[in-house]
Design a protein. Structure first.
Length: 447
């Protein structure tokens, strides 16, 4: 179907020296896994920018489709007529309750247990194209696995864990609603006839740009979930490599004595060719119009994450999940470059977590730079959870959003400096820099 459904994800390949993932003794079940354990910072950042564009259950109310709904109301309506579900149940076999497919059901349930997510409804579709995708706006979600994918991994069930884990990772990271928006978005674009629709701003271009950037980044986050489920980096590297060569594990072309692909060789080979004349230019065109990063880039990102020790840290969590929480106290905020040239604004800042406003600063009048302090508004936070700061201009009729920045608090760090993204939802020919600085502290005595 559409690549941007972020569906055709994931193939995987195993090492002979490891225990099969079906052997429960080979699987570690961490005490807990959070969204922030696996979501990349860019994933979380773009998710924040997209939230006002893709919010609520009614697609017709999403700002991302504000213009397009004027011209394509029937397409929007069709999407909400549960076309995905209708298509799935009429073209695919449900796994639950079917004993011949019990192994698939058990594998999905086991991966859901690792990631601590509700098990989705699983279907197998008769399709020779190796594909797996998760879909749905609300739980229970649907996971579809094609016969082509099952055939590709028939001799390597541990690799299928990476595939399934990747799709469950989209659920864990709360990607599903925005993923569904992607499907509707491309459905709309496919319907556009430039002979009929002329000079119409069908989509807000910045929102579309954020969406494409987020979609690529969300795949990196989901790959991390796949690695947590297969729990072996080499399996994950082989899985992604298999997307390139498409050969089964028992293929005569695969050396049974050397079934593992060298991740560094895959990355180095890509880097060698991408530096050739004109290739880099053409790759950039493909990269920024694609819904997925290139496979060697995904391998490199996964290798870096595993090398950081993050995977091992999550899998080592044993016992009950801690009942306590951390409390952060923001002591001061500074921002400059609030206006261009000689202009001045009346700024204030909203401090948010997961789109929830924790507090709001007072308004500063007629300034280009501003500082705020002495809030005394501590709030809870999780490890890895970002704090977003929206800079607003107080106007007589309607306040306007000037810029956004984010920090990712760590207990050992008290001062954070970062750039500000200006003109968040509209294009401008002006260029200006801006710097934000935040001072905070973690409070003692967490529950």
């Amino acid at each position: 179907m559409l690549a941007i459904i972020c569906a055709a994800e994931t193939q995987a390949q195993q090492r002979n020296v490891t225990k099969p993932a079906a052997d429960k003794t080979a699987v570690s079940y961490p005490a807990y896994v959070t969204r922030y354990d696996i979501a990349t910072e860019r994933d979380l950042y773009y998710s924040h920018l997209l939230a006002p564009l893709c919010g609520g259950d009614d697609l017709k109310g999403w700002s991302l489709f504000k213009e397009s709904t004027k011209h394509f109301r029937s397409t929007i309506g069709n999407f909400f007529d549960a076309t995905v579900i209708a298509s799935t149940i009429t073209t695919s076999m449900p796994v639950e309750g079917n004993k011949p497919l019990a192994r698939i059901d058990a594998l999905v349930a086991d991966c859901a247990k690792v990631l601590d997510v509700p098990k989705p409804n699983v279907f197998v579709r008769n399709d020779p194209v190796p594909q797996a995708y998760a879909t749905g706006v609300q739980e229970p979600y649907i996971l579809v696995i094609t016969s082509g994918l099952l055939d590709l991994y028939e001799k390597s069930s541990d690799e299928l864990r990476f595939v399934v884990g990747h799709e469950l990772g989209h659920m864990k990271c709360r990607h599903m609603q925005t993923k569904s928006a992607s499907v509707a978005l491309l459905m709309i674009l496919q319907k556009i006839d430039d002979k009929i629709v002329k000079d119409v701003n069908v989509l807000p271009t910045l929102g579309l740009g954020y969406f494409c950037s987020w979609c690529r980044e969300s795949e990196i986050s989901a790959d991390r979930a796949g690695l947590l489920c297969c729990q072996n980096p080499q399996i994950a590297y082989n899985a992604l490599s298999r997307l390139l060569h498409g050969l089964r594990r028992d293929s005569d072309w695969i050396d049974p004595n050397n079934p593992d692909f060298d991740a560094e060789k895959v990355i180095e080979g890509f880097r060698y060719w991408e530096s050739k004349p004109f290739v880099e230019f053409l790759l950039d065109i493909k990269r920024y119009s694609a819904s997925h990063p290139f496979i060697p880039e995904r391998i490199a990102a996964l290798k870096a994450w595993e090398g950081s020790g993050a995977m091992a840290a999550v899998l080592s969590r044993q016992g009950a999940r801690p009942t306590g929480y951390k409390v952060v106290d923001i002591q001061a905020i500074m921002a400059n470059g609030l206006a261009s040239g000689d202009e001045k604004v009346d700024p204030y800042i909203k401090v948010l977590q997961d789109r929830v406003v924790r507090f709001q600063t007072p308004v500063k009048n007629s300034v280009q730079s501003a500082a705020w302090a002495d809030f005394n508004r501590p709030f809870r936070t999780e490890d890895g959870q970002p704090i977003f700061f929206e800079i607003w201009d107080s106007n007589t009729i309607k306040d306007s959003l000037l810029g956004v920045f984010a920090i990712y608090p760590r207990p050992e760090k008290t001062i954070y400096e970062t750039g500000v993204r200006w003109e968040v939802y509209e294009r401008t020919s002006s260029q200006r820099s801006g710097l934000a600085k935040v001072k905070l502290t973690f409070l003692k005595g967490n529950e």
